[in-house]
Design a protein around this ligand. Sequence first.
Ligand code: PLP
Length: 360
Amino acid sequence: MARPAQALLNLDALRHNVRHARTLASGARLMAVVKANAYGHGAVTIAKELQPVVDALAVASVDEAIELHDSGIRAPILLLEGPFEAAELQQAAQRDFWVTVASEQQLAWLEQAKLTNPLQCWLKVNTGMNRLGVDSAHAPAFFQRLVSCANCATAPVLYTHFSSADNLLSARTERQLERFAALPIDAPRSAANSAAVLAWPGAHLDWVRPGYMLYGNSPLPDAHPNTKALRPVMTLTSRVIALREVEAGAAVGYGGTFVSQRSSRIATIAIGYGDGYPRQAVNGTPLLINGQRARLAGRVSMDMLTADVTDLEGVQAGSEVVLWGDGLSVDEISRYAGNTIGYELTTRMPSRTPRVVSVS
Ligand SMILES: *Cc1c(COP(=O)(O)O)cnc(C)c1O
């Protein structure tokens, strides 16, 4: 048997999550965000599956977009940060990518470029995130220049991004939406990331741009009725490869950070931080063995980790382990893994861990 650490992909769940997003934002077109290797899931596999059921895709760079185009994807692909240098505009034009314009520099590149065909442009406006985008006060002038620019296709889209849509108690989302609504610009509009698709119906507008929720995870900190229907796409799995009985007082793993309080049964599982499981995960982090909850015991190693299975029935060498995914959300695991979020855990999964389509 090959090394059992694998990220299983359920593409049926992916399509289900798209339908859920469409149901929530029924009047809007849907742009699926597949940047950073589709949040670690494998951009080509995910984009091929999404292409027939979404209106557009979005990535962070022209290189990410070219990878998809080279694999046969022909859905429109928006570059969320726009060009990093002028030459990328012609690369984008050749392949009909859509480009963000978020600065004077990017607009100047677009105005001065000699392109074979005009580009669909998305003007990004800063309404309070203060990360990327032209300030609201300058947006109308930018928009006019785009409309008059021969390299920009007709009807640019106007968009903005929320800083705090995952916080239902924050007033920031409403404030950003008000600023966005007040722009005297006649264009299709987009604002909603996953959190806003799930929890801020007033932000759905003409285009929604979910990423994280399509992978079946939730950016909202607590159970929210609209998150219940989400189904995880990635299930990170491995198997038990050793079992031992230890006496009370035995220390387990590097640094002996887990010390058994009683005679205990310890299972060794073939997965570690070299496979994307967070080393920061503390003693007691849940995992599923044969579908039952066990607790991490001792430090996560590069290729292995250990769990206390004293109270579990039927654990043997070869027993199946779920680290996150079906039955155990990556968002829950992230809360045991230091100051992080499920987004980071899936996104930083290394190429070492095979992505295996398990349900199509
Ligand atoms: C990443 C990103 C999204 C998607 O955010 P999620 O929280 O994953 O839904 C949407 N819009 C922009 C501009 C982004 O950078």
